[in-house]
Design a protein around this ligand. Structure first.
Ligand code: CDP
Length: 234
């Protein structure tokens, strides 16, 4: 097998990974896979089932509700209980709980297997975004990007995305909530949030969304071009 056509985009909450990954996928004609959506869908299923804290109970709830990502065109839609949960997984109760669920090794193994399976069905290429895509899920990805931005800037983007006010008190509160989640994601033992040694780190604080997408597309095109001329090994 050759190198997989995977572009890994990792970074902290509010760095714009998911929207950037979607736009980069469109520009390159790749599919887009949001790993956080799967962690969120598992968390939602666990909360709805009152599953408690153990990985076994959480995964049993996910299995009972048939949590999965359904390919829809060049995107994947999170589903639980046979319905589209794209909106429900963004609720505050899911956001508050998801980092604890994602810290469980058995949950991570389950999610990683689902991500690899989904990617394998898109031989044309897939952009995958998350926290550990370049380090753990697809360490052999030929393009790895790590997006960062200052916490206040990330808080502003997240509030704007949710249509909420951008006054200083709201920005400070959102920035603190993001920092708490970043700390939980960075300090956990399994697959902590950190750039892969071969990742290209891009600080997007002063960049517009279009500039950020353009920069990633440029780097990805270069890397993919050199990949395509390499002879395929057996
Ligand atoms: O979009 P946002 O930055 O709010 O987060 P997300 O990508 O939806 O991910 C939600 C949570 O899932 C993160 O805070 C992590 O705890 C976890 N996650 C993870 O551990 N590994 C991933 N590859 C993706 C998400």
């Amino acid at each position: 097998m050759g190198v997989p056509r995977v572009i890994a985009i990792d970074g902290p909450a509010g760095s714009g990974k998911t929207s950037t990954a979607r736009a980069v996928a469109r520009a390159l004609g790749f599919a887009h896979l949001d790993s956080g959506a799967l962690y969120r869908a598992v968390t939602l299923a666990a909360l709805d089932a009152g599953a408690g804290e153990s990985a076994e109970a959480i995964l049993a709830a996910a299995a009972a509700q048939r949590v999965r990502l359904i390919p829809v065109g060049e995107d994947f839609r999170p589903e639980a209980g046979g319905v589209d949960v794209s909106v429900a997984i963004r609720s505050e109760r899911v956001t508050a709980k998801v980092s604890a669920v994602a810290a469980l090794p058995a949950v991570r193994r389950w999610v990683n297997a689902a991500l690899r399976e989904a990617a394998s069905r898109h031989a044309g290429g897939v952009v995958v975004d998350g926290r550990d895509i370049g380090t753990v899920v697809f360490p052999e990805a030929p393009v790895k990007v790590f997006l960062t931005a200052e916490p206040e800037e990330r808080a502003r983007r997240r509030l704007a995305q949710d249509g909420r006010p951008l006054d200083p008190a709201s920005v400070a509160a959102a920035s603190e909530a993001l920092s708490r989640r970043d700390a939980a994601d960075s300090e956990r033992e399994v697959a902590p949030l950190k750039p892969a040694p071969d990742a290209w780190v891009l600080d997007t604080t002063g960049l517009s969304f279009a500039e950020q997408v353009e920069a990633v597309v440029r780097v990805a095109r270069q890397a993919l071009a050199s990949l395509d001329v390499r002879p395929q090994a057996g």
